[in-house]
Design a binder for this molecule. Structure first.
Ligand SMILES: NC(=O)c1ccc[n+]([C@@H]2O[C@H](COP(=O)([O-])OP(=O)(O)OC[C@H]3O[C@@H](n4cnc5c(N)ncnc54)[C@H](OP(=O)(O)O)[C@@H]3O)[C@@H](O)[C@H]2O)c1
Length: 399
């Protein structure tokens, strides 16, 4: 139990390098300082919007259930064509935990329209309401990352909405630490890697063109990583450690028919499958950066938001773990971060003008200042990133 607890992100135990603070955060983030920074950003932000929201096609959906909200354009200039508009950010898994806290933090600035991409529409609606998010600040659209069809349908519905895409945050995840047997996505992939990596991989690939077309000043694709996938930390060294091996399980489809359900071809382990999926997330971000940053100007980033020990991520853990994990993180490792604080951190990666560097894995120090962190050798292995990209392309039907 203590071992399991330690395996989940006690950042106070980390031996990662704490670099220079890239920006001051915390109270300044959504208080005066960010607002001031953002003002500068937005005052010079008179955009020619080629897409007219009024003329957009209705967002018909078989599975998508979009809440109708007011268009995100909020003023026209004298020339009539130039438009000052809100940024549009898609956040997967915004119905709870980090995703919800980030959605709320961004919505509260009044400068973002949040598309909450969630598998449970009613849960997301209730969550947004109980978080106090203004109705016009968000749209809920159905997305089940454990189904490639659903991912394609979400993309289709989003495109048909006519809304520009400025930032995509791949945040949703499942974690099955106590599972004895693997479970599988609709397409037959082991659930953690299938959802956390392959679902997000297809989503990001299909939405890249939309981001390219956006006229927003700073376009970003953010994939949430984790310290648990980084074996250059003490937390990342607690068994079972992330290890993708030679990718033979991924090459075989993770379906237990042609291969193992695990990426490295080994025996199923739910905690390891989650950590492996996070390594894939961090490698995918770097491969996106290598392939597309220079040509598109899009910022690709990953992050470790801190140990948010209270979220639903731990829902499948035994009750005693769920009881003891938050105080363990608060008082023993001191790695605990509240959902609100973690949400501000991710919101910073979405919108802070000082965090535009691409190919970066952000972390925060004890003073809650962001810094560019180092990834483990495996999580920064460029050759492996290319192989995973190619194999994932095949598995999601893009190659
Ligand atoms: N908690 C931590 O300490 C911690 C630390 C490092 C990194 N992270 C990362 O932070 C991110 C958010 O996790 P969290 O802690 O906020 O956990 P959480 O509260 O359980 O949030 C996970 C979200 O993912 C959604 N989700 C799960 N399966 C999905 C699917 N098939 N399709 C669409 N959405 C799906 C969940 O939807 P439902 O509401 O419908 O279940 C939920 O909204 C994850 O990427 C996690 O790896 C967390």
């Amino acid at each position: 139990m203590a071992l399991q607890a330690a395996s989940l992100v006690p950042s106070a135990f980390t031996i990662q390098k704490e670099g220079k603070s890239a920006a001051s955060v915390n109270s300044g983030l959504f208080g005066v300082s960010l607002a001031d920074q953002a003002k500068t950003d937005y005052s010079s932000f008179a955009l020619k919007s080629k897409r007219e929201f009024g003329a957009r096609k209705s967002s018909v959906a078989v599975r998508a259930q979009a809440v109708v909200t007011t268009p995100a354009i909020n003023s026209d200039t004298v020339q009539g064509k130039k438009t000052l508009r809100k940024g549009n950010v898609v956040i997967t898994g915004a119905s709870s935990g980090l995703g919800l806290a980030t959605a709320k933090a961004l919505a509260e600035t009044g400068k973002w329209h949040v598309i909450m991409a969630c598998r449970d529409f009613l849960k997301a609606e209730k969550a947004a309401k109980s978080a106090g998010m203004a109705k016009e600040s968000y749209t809920i659209m159905h997305l089940d990352l454990a189904s490639l069809d659903s991912v394609r349908q979400f993309v289709d519905n989003f495109k048909r909405s006519g809304r520009p895409l400025d930032v995509l945050v791949c945040n949703a995840a499942v974690y099955q630490p106590t599972a004895k047997q693997p479970s599988f996505t609709a397409d037959g992939f082991e659930l953690s890697v299938g959802t956390n990596h392959l679902g997000h991989f297809l989503l990001s690939r299909l939405l890249l063109d939309d981001m390219k077309q956006s006229d927003y000043p700073s376009k970003r694709l953010i994939i949430v990583g984790s310290i648990t996938g980084n074996t250059n930390t003490l937390a990342g060294n607690v068994p079972p450690k992330a290890n993708l091996g030679d990718l033979r399980g991924l090459a075989g489809g993770l379906n237990e028919l042609n291969s193992s359900a695990m990426i490295d071809g080994g025996d199923f382990d739910g905690a390891k499958a989650y950590k492996d999926s996070k390594v894939c997330n961090m490698l995918t971000m770097q491969e996106f950066h290598r392939l597309y940053h220079e040509d598109t100007g899009i910022t690709f980033a990953s992050l470790y938001p801190g140990c948010i020990a209270t979220t639903g991520l731990f829902r499948e853990h035994i009750p005693l773990f769920r009881l003891l994990f938050p105080p363990f993180q608060k008082f023993i490792t001191k790695g605990f971060v509240s959902e609100e604080e973690a949400g501000k951190r991710l919101a910073q990666v979405v919108s802070d003008p000082s965090l535009t560097k691409s190919g970066v894995y952000w972390s925060w120090n004890q003073a809650s200042a962001s810094f560019e962190n180092q990834l483990s050798p495996e999580a920064s292995d460029a050759a492996k990133a290319r192989k995973i990209w190619k194999l994932s392309d095949k598995l999601v039907g893009l190659a």
